[in-house]
Design a protein around this ligand. Structure first.
Ligand SMILES: [Zn+2]
Length: 331
C-alpha cells in the first residue's frame, strides 16, 4: 500500500467494525524544514506500523478530495483564507525559490506544497464525516498533516493551518443536520483553535485535557458552558489522567448524548514524547479509545471520526496510533 493510492481492494471481515483510514501522499509534501518535529516522517512511521502489525489489511482505504474555500469558510474568516491562498500563489510563482517558506507564526510555515496538504487534510476530515454519517464506515481515522486544533477562526499557529476537526464538525451540523456533536481532544496541548471556533455553540460539547502551564496558554476569560477543558500538571501519570477524565468528561458526555463523536487525536502526551511532560503510555490510548467506543455505541450509533493532531516521537506515535486503531476496529 502506498500513501495516496487509496485502494479499496482490501477484504474486510464481517465480524469486525468497519474503519475507514483516510490519508494522502499530498500530506507528505508539506515540509517546514530544519528538523521540524511536525515532519512527513510522522505519517511514514504510522504507515510502517500499519504494515508490520497487519492492520493495513483490516482498514478500508477510501479516497478523499481537496477541500474548497466554501468548506474552509465554515470555520475561518475570509481575510485569513485569502492570505493563505495569496502566500501559496507567491510560493508557486515561476520566479520563486522552490525552497522558500512563508512564516505563519514562529513555529509554523508554508512551503509551496503546504496549502495542498492542508486542503487534503480538511478534505479527508470532511470525506470521513460524510462516509460515517452515510453508514459507509462505522468510524474513521484521518492520518493527516498539517494538524488543526490550534488554528483559530482568524489565524494559523502551532503547526496548524486550518482546523480540520472544527470544519468537519460544522459541516456535520450545518450541512448534514446533526443536532449534538461531541469533540474529544486528548492532545497534550490545549485545543485553543477548536475552543475559539466552537465556543458557545449549543450543538457542540468539547471535552479535553492539556498540560498546564504550557503552550499555547491562550484561554478565554470565561470558558463557555459547552467547553470542558481540564488542566493537568506536568509529570502526571496515565492513571491520574484516566481518573480525571472519568470524572470530568464522561458525565458531561453522557448527559449530552452526542449523535456523533469527533476526536482530536494527539499522541504527544505519551511519556516518550519530549514535546511535553505528561506520562501517558500506549495502554492509556487503548483505554481512552475503548471508552470513546463505548460512548459512541451507546449514544451515537458507533459514529466516530478521529483526526491526527500531535505526536512527535516517531516510535510512540506509531505504537499509540496502532493502539487507537485496534480500538476503533475492535481488534
Ligand atoms: Zn499537541
Amino acid at each position: 500500500m502506498v500513501l495516496g493510492s487509496c485502494s479499496p481492494s482490501h477484504v474486510k471481515l464481517n465480524f469486525m467494525h468497519t474503519t475507514g483510514y483516510y490519508t494522502h501522499s499530498d500530506c507528505l509534501l508539506h515540509d517546514m524544514g530544519g528538523g521540524h518535529p511536525e515532519c512527513p516522517q510522522r505519517l511514514l512511521s504510522i504507515q510502517d506500523r500499519l504494515i508490520s502489525s497487519g492492520l493495513e489489511q483490516v482498514l478500508q482505504w477510501p479516497d478523499c478530495a481537496l477541500a474548497t474555500v466554501a468548506d474552509l469558510s465554515l470555520a475561518h474568516d475570509a481575510s485569513y483564507i485569502e492570505k493563505i491562498f495569496q502566500w501559496d500563489a507567491e510560493l508557486n510563482d515561476e520566479a520563486a525559490d522552490e525552497y522558500a517558506f512563508k512564516q505563519i507564526d514562529p513555529d509554523t510555515r508554508m512551503n509551496r506544497h503546504t496549502l495542498k496538504a492542508a486542503l487534503r487534510s480538511v478534505g479527508a476530515a470532511l470525506a470521513a464525516t460524510d462516509a460515517v454519517i452515510d453508514g459507509q464506515f462505522e468510524n474513521a481515522f484521518c492520518a493527516i498533516r498539517p494538524p488543526g486544533h490550534h488554528a483559530t477562526r482568524q489565524r494559523g499557529m502551532g503547526f496548524c493551518l486550518f482546523n480540520n476537526v472544527a470544519i468537519a464538525i460544522l459541516h456535520a451540523i450545518g450541512r448534514r443536520g446533526l443536532k449534538r456533536v461531541a469533540l474529544i481532544d486528548f492532545d497534550v496541548h490545549h485545543g485553543n483553535g477548536s475552543e475559539d471556533i466552537l465556543s458557545g455553540l449549543e450543538e457542540v460539547l468539547m471535552v479535553g485535557f492539556y498540560q498546564h502551564p504550557f503552550y499555547p496558554g491562550i484561554h478565554p476569560d470565561k470558558e463557555a458552558s459547552n467547553m470542558v477543558n481540564l488542566p493537568i500538571k506536568a509529570y502526571t501519570k496515565g492513571a491520574a489522567v484516566r481518573e480525571l477524565v472519568s470524572e470530568g468528561w464522561f458525565p458531561r458526555l453522557q448527559a449530552f448524548e452526542p449523535e456523533m463523536i469527533f476526536v482530536s487525536a494527539g499522541f504527544d502526551a505519551h511519556q516518550d514524547d519530549d514535546m511535553a511532560q505528561l506520562m501517558l503510555n500506549t495502554s492509556d490510548y487503548a483505554w481512552i479509545t475503548r471508552e470513546i467506543m463505548n460512548l459512541a455505541s451507546r449514544y451515537a450509533k458507533g459514529r466516530i471520526v478521529s483526526c491526527l493532531e500531535g505526536g512527535y516521537d516517531l516510535n510512540s506515535l506509531a505504537a499509540s496510533v496502532e493502539a487507537h486503531l485496534r480500538g476503533l476496529t475492535d481488534l
